[in-house]
Write a protein that binds this ligand. Structure first.
Ligand code: ARG
Length: 481
């Protein structure tokens, strides 16, 4: 552990306060002829980062202790001692008074050691019928489960903001792009609801990940299970798990749930990053489609005119590190023989950072989206460039009886003329358009406007303002279900 990380975690390095007193033996040290070196201790300890699991560790221990009591493995009195001791430990941790020690290696042994100092014998019995291997697997699952729930809520809030904004801007026309070239007019509301769909899939993926995560490893002990008459279903129920892990070897060594979560997070970050990229483009003067409130932007130390979209840029940048964590976790697991290996300790930092980054990014967007101000006139003006309604003209000719391929060719020629004379297709006068096909009549005008174009696409999934409003209504219902 780096000194800096140690300071942050408030971990005391090695030495005890009372001079001359030998460092306390590690929990497993009776077998060893010499203590581990300070460097090894620092290298192998996880207490610099796994204290984030303290709450889940205590919760898991209390459920385990209750089971030990029910199975007759500890007395009622001992259970009461453990509960009383854990209440003290909890208070100490919450008040920042708990002395995390590198000697006790990780969050589990630190808490157990403090418990034993507080309540004696009962503390020493807590580890009956379990191992740190099934303990840590349980803690991480509990921790991640609450993160999943928090993230799902944030996704939902972001989706609501998107639906609200989509309704506000249901009829605002803008160019839709393919290849970042103007393609066809769309409504801004429709564009926003595309992101609703992405985040809806993210929520579904997380819910699916949660189902597989919510299985109890405790009872697997070190790897082979335990000879004590344990009651795993009871522990599962009290910790809110849906089932107990079926195989003890798998229970202690499986980190699929972490990888799955990282994959879900990577995809969700990718969605945030795409939205970010669009905001960066749209706020640049060349587009000028939207402005972000000043509180989300910063200036330049040299260029007085600058207003930079830092928040979306950073979200785009942070996406890379979440991808990195996914690869780190996959690589962590790929060569591990069954069952637990110390490698697994390396699952925590990527996992913590993945959850933090996604949570903070989503929370940021929940605030940012309602702050987006649009310049509807600029958006519409941009939709009047690039011959965005060329497809509409082709469709018009099809409605007048021309086969689509022929219509495509007629319009292509008209576009070429417009290009050569520096005009938009929609700006060509009727007489000139009729030169390309006599089927074109004055009713073509509406067809060539962005409003006419979007209004025509009124089927489910289409960009028409009326359909956007209906889609927004359906979206709200889906969020409720
Ligand atoms: N700190 C360890 C981890 O994070 C806890 C489990 C240790 N188990 C062991 N057999 N050394 O994975």
């Amino acid at each position: 552990m780096r000194a800096e990380a140690r300071r942050r975690a408030g971990v005391r390095a090695g030495r005890r306060k009372a001079a001359g007193r030998a460092a306390p033996a590690a929990t497993w040290s009776g077998r060893f002829a010499e203590p581990v070196s300070e460097r090894v201790k620092r290298y192998t300890a996880s207490v610099g980062f796994d204290t984030r699991l303290a709450h889940e560790d205590i919760r898991g221990s209390l459920a385990h202790a209750e089971m030990l009591r029910a199975a007759g493995l500890i007395s009622t009195r001992e259970l009461a001692d453990i509960r009383r001791g854990m209440a003290v430990v909890t208070r100490e941790i919450e008040a920042g008074r708990f002395e995390w020690s590198l000697d006790a290696e990780d969050v589990h042994l630190n808490i157990e050691r403090r418990l034993t100092a507080l309540v004696g014998e009962a503390g020493k019995k807590l580890h009956t019928a379990r191992s740190r291997n099934d303990q840590v697997a349980t803690d991480v699952r509990l921790w991640l489960r609450s993160q999943l729930d928090a993230i799902a809520l944030l996704l939902r809030r972001l989706q609501l903001e998107l639906v609200d904004a989509a309704e506000r801007h249901a009829a605002v026309v803008m160019p839709g792009f393919t290849h970042l070239q103007v393609a066809q007019p769309v409504t801004f509301g429709h564009h926003l609801l595309a992101y609703f769909e992405m985040f809806e899939r993210d929520r579904a993926r997380l819910a699916d990940c949660r189902r597989r995560l919510n299985v109890l490893p405790l009872g697997a002990a070190a790897l082979a299970g335990t000879g004590y008459p344990i009651r795993r279903e009871r522990v599962a129920r009290s910790l809110g798990f849906d089932a107990v892990a079926e195989n003890s070897l798998d229970a202690v060594s499986d980190r699929d749930f972490a990888i799955e979560f990282a994959a879900c997070a990577a995809i969700a970050m990718m969605h945030c990053s795409r939205l970010s990229e669009e905001l960066v483009l749209w706020t640049s003067p060349g587009f000028g489609f939207v402005t972000l409130p000043d509180r989300f932007c910063t200036g330049s130390s040299i260029m007085p005119q600058k207003k930079n979209p830092d928040v979306p840029e950073l979200a785009r940048g942070k996406t890379g590190r979440v991808y990195g964590h996914l690869i780190a976790l996959l690589t962590l697991m790929k060569a591990q023989p069954l069952a637990y290996n110390k490698d697994n300790q390396e699952d925590k930092e990527p996992l913590f950072d993945t959850a933090d980054t996604l949570r903070e990014t989503l929370a940021m967007f929940v605030e940012l989206v309602p702050g987006i101000r649009i310049d509807a006139a600029r958006m519409r003006a941009a939709a009047l460039q690039g011959h965005a309604t060329a497809t509409d003209l082709a469709d018009y000719l099809v409605r007048k009886g021309m086969p689509f391929r022929d219509a495509h060719e007629v319009v292509a020629r008209a576009v070429r003329r417009a290009e050569e004379t520096g005009r938009d297709l929609a700006a060509l006068p009727l007489s000139e358009l009729r030169g390309f096909s006599s089927r074109i009549r004055s009713d073509v005008r509406r067809v060539l406007t962005p409003e006419g174009s979007v209004a025509a696409r009124r089927h489910v999934g289409g960009t028409a303002p009326a359909q956007v409003l209906r889609a927004a209504r359906r979206a709200r219902l889906r969020l409720r279900g």
